[in-house]
Write a protein that binds this ligand. Structure first.
Ligand code: ARG
Length: 578
């Protein structure tokens, strides 16, 4: 609708022969907003205020001219000028009713496929081998997966890239330790406690010189492609990823084995990249290392900061891998847009790497490369989220605790659910609550992990939205009446309808800004409006006319449908009964 109105304004400016005097950037800045107070119409624009100055007109006078030249369309019933020159648009009620009826029939709930589908690589989750998934990996996993779902739903070709940390000098030590463990305990090691594994490996490395020598030897062998070391390394990767995939499944995250594209994938490209950078004069030798200096990055003494792409011992670094990685994504995967969901502390690493890649000609100007950073997960005390004893919180244990808490909640509410259904409800609420708590905050800020808040049935939480959904389902269980034509009999209904029709905008905003919290806010507001409607507009009571009953049931059904679809785009499931 907003685009339609914007086009009307542009047509009007054309007719007024004012378009030539308006710059592209001014045109791009014109916005149509949904109004907060519906006494001012459904949509409003300050276009006249923005353009007045450069057109040498008074804003109100310009607004009058624009309105006089607006073509009429069936969707708009009235246009008004307000205040210093705002233009307010009132939507045709009848038109809204028909739109809602259409929405109800549409499995996409009014969200069109994008006109320009792109190939989009989404880099997310990216845990490290032989390490427990850390808190920042949970954030990346959950937020990245929601964006992936939205982009895919809009018709883009999305390539999930799980850039796992599966390479580096620590693998000599890990291989040596895996070997030791296998010698002691036999094959088929169940590596559930990575933290302990890593810690013990490090201990051996620090305290046993023979072990340390072997570890160093194994790094060299692994890098040289030695079959034994390679096999041991593969085992470590598999042990880690088998566990992570289980967690992804438990979390309803769409990542699978096939999406793993770890650091090691780019090994073969690294010498070529470095040679190319050297040849282009971008990388220079400095004390044996190869370094790229970027004038825009300085250290605290104001000296240019060097990005080492090859160490003096010949080893490559995180930057080198990421240079190869972006080249690969553009040349081999044909990415037109690349999104990196990593925590905000990696901003400088990514931006300087991309700067080098641009200078080297690896990123054509039509490829959009975007860092989607996020803040830290904090405990209720405002400090980084840790166990009571200060250790890292294991994702598996976090999910276990969530399920225990929900189980307890159901007991307190005297839930009569049992068996398979009860287990499913527990799972959906627990996982939904954890994911939604993360998704509903603007990812740019730190967020506080708070069990009581996220599991509450009140406020902007998953249980609240899931409850709204099952409440609607219960209405349909109580009646055999069917949905029917929409008639609007109160402002509450009008507001609910306007919100339903704004679903598509919310989804598209998420795709554009990679901010799932926009969709969360939308769904929360939608549920709020629905609850308001539910309290004020009786649906099945005897005094309600059959037409109004049918219309109100349509509003219920459409709300449920949008809630279900919206939550599924966030990777959260609903249930008919809870
Ligand atoms: N494995 C990294 C970490 O644990 C994240 C990788 C992000 N992606 C990338 N292309 N650098 O922090």
């Amino acid at each position: 609708m907003k685009t339609k109105i914007l086009n009307l304004i542009k047509d009007s400016l054309n007719q007024l022969k004012l378009s030539e005097q308006i710059s592209d950037s001014q045109l791009a800045a014109l916005k149509i907003e949904s109004t907060k107070d519906r006494a001012h119409g459904d949509f409003a624009t300050n276009a006249a205020l923005i353009l007045a100055k450069s057109l040498h007109q008074a804003p109100r006078q310009l607004a009058e001219q624009i309105v006089a030249h607006l073509n009429s369309i069936p969707q708009i019933s009235k246009v008004e000028i307000a205040g210093p020159g705002f233009i307010n648009f009132f939507i045709n009620q009848d038109y809204i009713c028909r739109q809602i009826e259409e929405l109800q029939q549409d499995p996409r709930s009014g969200v069109a496929l994008t006109a320009n589908p792109q190939t989009i690589v989404v880099d997310y989750s990216a845990p490290n081998v032989a390490k427990e998934m850390a808190v920042h990996h949970i954030r990346s996993t959950v937020i990245g997966d929601a964006c992936v779902r939205v982009l895919e739903f809009l018709g883009n070709k999305v390539i999930r890239a799980n850039h796992i940390g599966d390479w580096g000098t620590q693998f000599g030590m890990l291989i040596a330790y895996l070997e030791k463990k296998e010698n002691e305990q036999g094959q088929g090691l169940d590596l559930t406690d990575f933290e302990a594994f890593y810690r013990e490996a490090k201990l051996c490395f620090d305290e046993d010189p023979k072990f340390a020598d072997k570890a160093r030897q194994y790094v060299v062998q692994l890098q040289g492609g030695d079959a034994y070391c390679y096999k041991m390394w593969q085992k470590l990767v598999k042990l880690t990823m088998d566990q992570n995939i289980k967690l992804y499944q438990r979390l309803d995250v769409t990542l699978t084995d096939r999406d793993t594209m770890g650091e090691s994938l780019y090994n073969d490209m690294l010498p070529g990249i470095v040679a190319d950078l050297q040849q282009q004069g971008l990388a220079v030798e400095d004390q044996g290392a190869l370094v790229v200096y970027l004038p825009e990055y300085k250290n605290k003494d104001g000296e240019p900061l060097g990005n080492i792409v090859r160490k003096s011992d010949g080893g490559y670094l995180y930057t080198t891998t990421d240079l190869a990685c972006i080249k690969y994504r553009i040349e081999k995967l044909h990415a037109q847009r690349i999104l990196y969901f990593t925590d905000s502390r990696q901003a400088q690493h990514l931006h300087s790497t991309w700067k080098i890649a641009k200078l080297a000609g690896y990123i054509p100007e039509w490829v959009s490369v975007e860092h989607c950073p996020f803040g830290m997960m904090l405990g209720k005390d405002g400090k980084p989220f840790k166990t009571r004893t200060g250790g890292t919180v294991k994702l598996r244990e976090l999910l276990d605790e969530a399920e225990q808490r929900v189980e307890h909640m159901l007991e307190e509410r005297h839930s009569t659910l049992s068996g398979e259904q009860r287990a499913q409800v527990i799972h959906n609420i627990a996982i939904g609550a954890i994911k939604y708590a993360d998704l509903s905050k603007n990812r740019n800020t730190d967020y506080i992990f708070d069990w009581d808040q996220m599991l509450s049935f009140e406020g902007n939480t998953a249980p609240y939205l899931q409850y709204a959904y099952s409440r609607i389902c219960s209405i349909f269980r109580k009646t055999s009446l069917k949905t029917g034509a929409v008639v609007l009999s109160s402002p509450v209904e009008e507001e609910l309808c306007a919100k339903l029709l704004a679903f598509s905008t919310a989804v598209n905003d998420v795709a554009q800004k990679s901010l799932p919290n926009i969709l969360c806010t939308y769904l929360y507001e939608l549920s709020g409006l629905f609850m308001h409607f539910y309290e004020h507009c009786p649906i099945l009571k005897d005094e309600v006319s059959p037409e109004l009953k049918a219309s109100r049931l349509t509003l219920c059904a459409t709300t449920a449908q949008v809630l279900k679809l919206g939550l599924s785009l966030l990777g959260i499931q609903v249930m008919e009964q809870m």
